[in-house]
Design a protein around this ligand. Structure first.
Ligand code: ZN
Ligand code: ZN
Ligand code: FE
Length: 758
């Protein structure tokens, strides 16, 4: 007889891990117990024959539940004689010794639950919140660890005798499933008017689906917050939705009724299919197919569309009584505010936006937006890493020196905690410009610190003196006695890439819209040399500086940037006058712009790659006004998708500076000679080749073997793939982000690793 104790850490709570341990212990004839250890994983005590313990350990490794992830298993032998007569699952331990066990993200409805949802004789037939140990909400309902029902927002729903019998049966799929519920004991759904008046219907969810199909706008409460939903095949509901949401052009995500129906309007590759049907069920950007028949108002001017599959019983049931191929499902958030999660808040803030509400009465403890991913052939680029992923940690190859909180930048923000070799990135927070998003960031950070039991020593933020997050970092540092470290924006991007892959040095190409430079200027097209000598880096090269006439106005109206770049080389006046309707103040405004450029005084300059793409979009007439972040550049990529490199321009490089003036001039002069698609593609090819050549040159000079690409512009598939080709042909390794967003959603990670490894 032998006796051992095993400590398992990883994603082992809320994923059916203890029942699994129970089953393999019983199967192998072992006695003892298993219990949750708060944030320290689970503890197993085994008594039995040595060979059976061996078999148990083998099963532990090979047969673990689909959602479980094991980071570490520590086993030690115990003295003493036989104490246990059977194997038991003990109550959770209140003690929390170690830190950093993982909290599972919300998981899409599993195949077995879906079958039960549809089986007439099943006790949970058409019960919208059907879940089991393999599926259902987790992060959004967990108030504290250990993950037991009493510590979640399911505590308000005592189990009925049927649910309890399943919960207690170790051989049932719902054994210790904290979210188990049925129509009798669980949360209920209800349909109301926009004023909150109850509409009686025996199946409010199917009725809501019918209203959607008719073109009405319904706010639908889900796992992590409200969606605003409507039909996709007619323009009228979308015109109305865009009007009330004040979204003129920004693409809206849709939910397809099934995988089959999705293929009727979009192209789906093997990689994309895998992402779409994964446990996380993210929104995936798919190319519209040649037979695309949904409204053009869903993603105006873009070649792709954000699609997801239903991920709860409720979503599936919305499609029951209608034959719509898809519904719009966009996050319900008022401008610059976080996604709405509470019923009363929804009534207050959305009452004038929607026609109906589909509520349920389970509280959402933590809001969480849908994730958005784009597949670049064999690589995935996160545009937003949130539901289904957050807050599961990213495991690094090395341990950080100090526990660090990273607060990110300003737009598309996240927070993150570095603890040892794990980085916990929060859900999507959004643009942190006002009090609501600032508070959301603060709460999400505090929750993350609590759940991971982190003892933060350092807080990291951006170098920008005026960011809300910089101010928040200063306040937190003062309040808690933490050390404050400010990190340059593009360095954070490249450091994130380097640490994500565990490479020791890298020449990083970082392209985005804007970041505060070491010199206080506006950077955004940078070649940096980074090593593990944190926090040191070198800026080796960049794009040519170009004037931003009118500062922020130039970002909003890209014709201003184009004018700034072209005015010395070409006669732009008559061209501008032809386009005067695209300037809010017409001719007068053009006159002032040209006058400012002549004087050349007090004009801010930028090396931003995003701004160059914006300028090209304006010259080609693809986009004249930026109504959402990245719009001109995204539309330019869409224009380029079927183009060829007709200009075949040779990159002009002078002393570590890649020329962009000649590039824009060529586009300007040839704008009538070639198609928009070919010119747009030629620009992508020039920039990708030029940046790659600069990076290769610097890699050879510094004897570095790896080149990487980060920043929001790295979501651009054409740039990433051309750059990859050029770099790989030269024999160097080319890296992009896989697990964290290349855009500013990955910034908190970069800041935390720079500060935490310093
Ligand atoms: Zn399930
Ligand atoms: Zn029940
Ligand atoms: Fe950035």
């Amino acid at each position: 007889m032998m006796s051992v104790k095993i400590r398992v850490t990883g994603i082992v709570q809320g994923v059916g891990f203890r029942p699994f341990i129970y089953r393999i212990a019983v199967k192998n004839g072992l006695n003892g117990y298993v219990r949750n250890m708060g944030d320290a994983g689970v503890e197993v005590l085994l008594e039995g024959k040595g060979e059976n313990i061996e078999k148990f350990l083998k099963d532990l490794k090979e047969k673990k539940p689909p959602l479980a992830e094991i980071y570490e298993t520590i086993t030690w032998s115990l003295e003493g004689k036989k104490k246990y007569k059977s194997f038991a699952i003990l109550e959770s331990s209140e003690e929390a010794e170690l830190s950093g066990s993982a909290i599972p993200p919300d998981i899409a409805i599993c195949g077995e639950c879906l079958k039960e949802l549809r089986r007439l004789e099943d006790p949970r037939y058409e019960y919208f919140f059907i879940t089991c140990t393999n599926c259902g909400p987790r992060y959004t309902i967990i108030e504290r660890l250990p993950y037991d029902r009493k510590n979640t927002t399911m505590q308000e729903f005592p189990m009925c005798s049927f649910c309890k019998s399943e919960y207690k049966n170790p051989f049932n799929r719902r054994f210790h499933a904290q979210t188990v519920a049925c129509a009798k004991c669980g949360p209920k759904a209800c349909l109301t008017t926009k004023k909150g008046e109850l509409i009686r219907h025996k199946n409010p969810i199917q009725e809501a689906g019918r209203l959607l199909s008719e073109g009405l706008i319904v706010a639908v409460k889900g796992y992590g917050g409200f969606h605003i939903a409507t039909a996709t095949t007619e323009d009228e509901p979308l015109v109305r939705l865009r009007e009330v949401k004040h979204r003129r052009q920004k693409p809206l995500a849709i939910m397809a009724r099934s995988f089959e129906s999705m293929k009727s309007f979009a192209e789906v590759s093997k990689e994309e299919a895998e992402l779409l049907t994964s446990y996380a069920r993210p929104i995936v950007l798919l190319n519209k197919s040649n037979n695309y028949f949904l409204s053009d108002l869903i993603a105006p001017g873009l070649h792709n569309i954000g699609v997801m599959l239903p991920y709860t019983g409720l979503h599936h049931m919305l499609f029951d009584k209608v034959d719509d191929p898809a519904f719009v499902m966009t996050s319900a958030n008022p401008p610059n505010q976080p996604i709405i999660k509470d019923n009363d808040e929804a009534l207050r803030k959305l009452g004038s936006t929607v026609d109906y509400f589909l509520f349920h009465n389970r509280q959402i403890d933590h809001r969480c937006d849908d994730s958005v991913i784009r597949s670049h052939d064999n690589h995935q680029a996160f545009l937003r890493r949130s539901r289904g992923y957050a807050p599961a940690p990213i495991i690094l190859k090395e341990k950080g020196k100090r526990c660090t909180l990273g607060l990110g930048g300003e737009l598309n923000n996240t927070a993150c905690v570095l603890l040892g070799n794990k980085v916990f990135i929060s859900q999507h927070i959004g643009d942190v410009e006002n009090i609501e998003t600032r508070d959301f960031l603060k709460n999400a950070s505090e929750h993350l610190i609590r759940l991971t039991n982190s003892k933060v020593e350092t807080v990291a933020c951006d170098l920008h003196p005026k960011f809300t997050t910089t101010k928040l970092a200063q306040d937190l540092a003062e309040e808690n006695g933490w050390q404050l470290i400010q990190i340059q924006h593009h360095y954070a991007h490249i450091a994130a890439l380097m640490v994500e892959h565990g490479v020791k040095e890298i020449i990083g190409v970082c392209c985005d819209g804007y970041g505060y430079g070491l010199d206080g200027e506006a950077w955004g097209g940078e070649i940096l040399f980074c090593t593990w000598k944190f926090p040191d880096f070198e800026r080796l090269a960049h794009l040519q500086k170009q004037p931003l006439v009118g500062g922020d106005l130039a970002t909003r109206y890209p014709l201003r940037i184009a004018t700034g770049i072209l005015h010395r080389k070409a006669d732009v006046q008559s061209w501008l006058l032809q386009n005067q309707q695209h300037f809010p103040y017409g001719e007068k405004e053009i006159e002032i712009i040209l006058h400012q450029l002549e004087k050349r005084s007090k004009i801010i300059e930028t090396t931003s790659c995003g701004r160059v793409l914006d300028a090209v979009a304006a010259v080609l007439g693809v986009c004249y006004e930026r109504t959402y972040e990245g719009e001109p550049a995204m539309k330019l990529e869409s224009a380029a998708i079927k183009g060829r490199d007709v200009l075949k321009l040779k990159p002009v490089i002078n002393g570590g500076v890649l020329d962009t003036t000649q590039l824009l001039l060529e586009v300007f002069e040839n704008r009538r000679g070639y198609s928009k698609a070919d010119l747009a593609y030629s620009v992508h090819a020039y920039l990708a080749r030029g940046l790659a050549m600069l990076a290769i040159e610097k890699a050879l000079e510094n004897n570095v073997k790896t080149v990487g690409f980060s920043g929001g512009v790295a979501c651009n598939k054409i740039l990433a793939s051309v750059m990859r080709k050029v770099v790989e042909v030269s024999g160097l390794e080319f890296l992009v982000h896989e697990a964290i967003p290349p855009g500013d959603g990955g910034l908190s990670f970069g800041q935390a690793v720079v500060a935490g490894f310093s």
